[in-house]
Design a protein. Structure first.
Lengths: 188, 510
């Protein structure tokens, strides 16, 4: 019996088996059901082009509460991945505006969200407290698009997905549906 | 040596064939449902089977309604809501697209491909507790077995009725074939029997087994019409499908007009969620008392008014969305607030038209012209009513609120005096309309729907009138009158019945 198996245990057969296993694993990885926004399935810190100093456009609320006030800032980023740059961008946005005529859209002392990069988008895993912000529809829209527009300024980012504690969210804070990713077209 | 070479070549060929097999992407497969054969398609890069929504619903005997953001399928007491995305490729990657009787389950979303509405077959099967299997010929969807237990009938001079009782909820389709009403029950089994009814309109009922379905054929008397409805199974009572036949059959569109118009009012927040708060004012309390003012005015005009909450409780978003499905007008009330902002005023928001949905409405409108089946007419009528309804609702409301915000200019003044402008009915009120996207609470409302952001609690100006009962009364009455103006053609089709107020109520100053 052992001799029978030993006869088939040739280098060619072993390589062929490894190849088949690799193909099957690749197919499984490509076809696995992907629940949008489940944190465990997100490729964290996808590598992007190196750029230590970032020129950001941060979108805050204008004083009228209906439009954006845009502030430009340069920041230095530790780390070279898109995930690092997105994380630094969100933290800078959380510091709030410095110029007159602009207002923060979330409280300045809020805990930062988890920031992940995947494919051509950014996933923001918001702390539970963010979903409890009560702003009304008008301001909630500015909050969603303020964050989205700020992150879309990063090279290679085409959409922004919102989660809360790793789970899909129905609405950002009671009004704005966030079941699908936000794109530049929606937040013009 | 030669043998070794041949065996290795064979192995290499096998390897190539296996790789090709693994990478092979079937673009479509045969899908057998009941006695029908459909085509299941696979969106690019996906192994999720999809089928044409209309064909699948017909094959399963389900009633289907397409609203913004969701497809609703009804089988007796089981209601499936499947999230609807524009692109079927994105829909195939959706993780939690299925609600069964309000409970969220894993499943893909529905989506459009080249204008065709597609449903995820496995998600539908899971929602119906059906099985989806694959055999050599393709996919097979098997509904759980359901048995016809009894057929009962009532005969009277007014009309005849046949009641089919089943062991569990069953889907069905009804059609007219010549002078026979024919009901098909997919996946149902039962004895082949001829029943004698002996009524004025129905003499016999013939039950026959077809391919994976049960068929009931009911010859109708000359000039008779029929209607059908289903009653879900409940404790102690079987699931029922009822066939009514009478001469004085009322056409479905007349029935729709005859029933009371239903307005659903949705005050936001509630319970532990106070909503926007400022200076001791809380959104949950302001919008509830405001909704009651609007509701009272509408009820006085003969409209059926319902609330998503009528006390200090928080109604989950999904329940509010589901409730909106049964409304003719859906109005949600909320407030805004942003510290240090100058934002103020009332904003009337309606959802932007969805191109794919508008296309569906146009198709439904065309189909309604020729459709004779009662159930389909009713379904189509609901869809047709959607076109532009929300914009038509927002317009009279906005006009009335603008009249409250602007000072009324007198047209005549005593001789020798120039007319002088007086203060507006609600000083400081500004009004605007917005067409928005992604407003979750409006997404499922099948007819006219709007979110009215009454004002900004962060604004000192708005707080003055938001906390003034007289201002709130004026605002509520004018919104209600705007709704009545929108509903006037239904409420008062022949110039009789309740008369909606035609002029903005801006008398008196708070």
């Amino acid at each position: 019996m052992l001799r029978f198996f030993a006869r088939w245990l040739t280098p060619f057969n072993i390589i062929a088996l490894l190849f088949l296993g690799g193909v099957a694993a690749f197919r499984w990885f490509q076809e696995r059901p992907l629940a949008i926004g489940v944190a465990s399935e997100i490729t964290e810190f996808m590598k992007g082009p190196q750029r230590p100093v970032l020129n950001l456009k941060l979108y805050f609320a204008a004083v009228d509460g209906r439009n954006f006030a845009i502030e430009s800032r340069n920041i230095t980023v530790k780390g070279e991945t898109l995930g690092h740059r997105a994380d630094a961008t969100v933290r800078e946005w959380l510091k709030g505006p410095t110029a007159q005529g602009a207002l923060p859209l979330v409280p300045r002392d809020s805990a930062p969200p988890g920031v992940f990069a995947r494919k051509d988008g950014i996933v923001l895993d918001l702390p539970k407290t963010w979903a409890k912000l009560r702003l009304g529809r008008s301001v909630e829209w500015l909050y969603a698009c303020g964050l989205t527009n700020t992150l879309l300024g990063l090279e290679g980012v085409k959409n922004v997905t919102f989660l809360s504690e790793g789970q899909p969210l129905e609405t950002l804070a009671g009004h704005v549906s966030v079941r699908t990713p936000f794109t530049a077209q929606e937040c013009k | 040596m030669r043998g070794l070479l041949i065996s290795r070549l064979s192995l290499a060929l096998l390897l190539v064939a296996f790789t090709a097999f693994v990478f092979a992407q079937p673009s479509s497969k045969l899908l057998r449902v009941g006695g029908l054969s459909l085509r299941a398609v696979f969106p690019a890069g996906s192994q999720v089977a999809y089928a044409d929504a209309g064909d699948l619903a017909l094959a399963l005997g389900l009633q289907m309604q397409v609203a913004r953001g969701a497809v609703t399928l009804v089988q007796g007491g089981r209601i499936l809501r499947i999230s609807l995305l524009e692109n079927v490729s994105a829909a195939a990657n959706y993780g939690w697209g299925l609600y069964v009787n309000g409970s969220n389950q894993r499943g893909q979303a529905a989506g459009y491909q080249g204008g065709q509405l597609l449903l995820p077959v496995r998600t539908v099967a899971n929602g119906l507790e059906a099985t989806l299997a694959e055999d050599g010929a393709g996919l097979v969807l098997n509904l759980p077995a359901v048995k016809l237990q009894t057929v009962r009938s009532d005969a009277s001079s007014e009309g005849d009725r046949v009641v089919f009782e089943f062991s569990k909820d069953v889907g069905f389709t009804a059609r007219l074939e010549g002078k026979d009403a024919v009901l098909d029950f997919p996946a149902a089994s039962g004895d082949e029997v001829n029943y004698e009814v002996g009524g004025s309109f129905i003499k016999t009922v013939e039950v026959r087994r077809g391919q994976s379905l049960l068929e009931a054929r009911v010859p109708l008397a000359d000039g008779a019409g029929f209607s059908t409805y289903a009653r879900p199974a409940s404790a102690g009572a079987p699931a029922r499908v009822v066939l009514n036949v009478s001469k004085s059959f009322v056409r479905p569109e007349v029935q729709l007009q005859a029933r009371k118009v239903r307005v659903l009012l949705d005050p936001s927040a509630g319970g532990a969620d106070s909503g926007v708060t400022a200076a001791g004012l809380r959104e949950k309390e302001l919008v509830l008392s405001f909704a009651r003012l609007v509701g009272r005015r509408l009820a006085d005009a003969g409209v059926e008014v319902r609330y998503t909450r009528n006390g200090d409780a928080n109604t989950p978003l999904e329940d509010r969305r589901q409730a909106s499905l049964a409304s003719d007008v859906f109005l949600s009330f909320s407030l805004a607030g942003l510290n240090a902002s100058s934002g103020s005023g009332t904003t009337i928001m309606t959802l932007a038209p969805d191109a794919a949905r508008e296309g569906l409405i146009a198709k439904a409108r065309a189909a309604l012209e020729t459709e004779t089946d009662e159930a389909r007419r009713r379904l189509l009528s609901d869809v047709v009513a959607v076109g532009g309804a929300s914009a038509l609702l927002a317009e009279p409301i906005q006009n009335r609120l603008l009249a409250l915000a602007k000072p009324p200019v007198p047209t005549q003044a005593p001789t020798g005096q120039t007319p002088t402008a007086t203060d507006p009915a609600i000083p400081g009120l500004s009004v605007q309309s917005l067409v928005v996207t992604r407003e979750a609470v409006l997404e499922l409302a099948p007819k006219a729907a709007a979110l009215i952001e009454l004002g900004w609690l962060s604004s000192e100006t708005d707080r003055v009138w938001l906390s003034n009962p007289e201002s709130m009364r004026l605002l509520a009455e004018n919104i209600a009158d705007g709704v009545l103006e929108y509903l006037a053609p239904v409420l008062n089709p022949a110039g009789s019945g309740p008369k909606p107020v035609t002029k903005p109520k801006a008398t008196g100053k708070p």
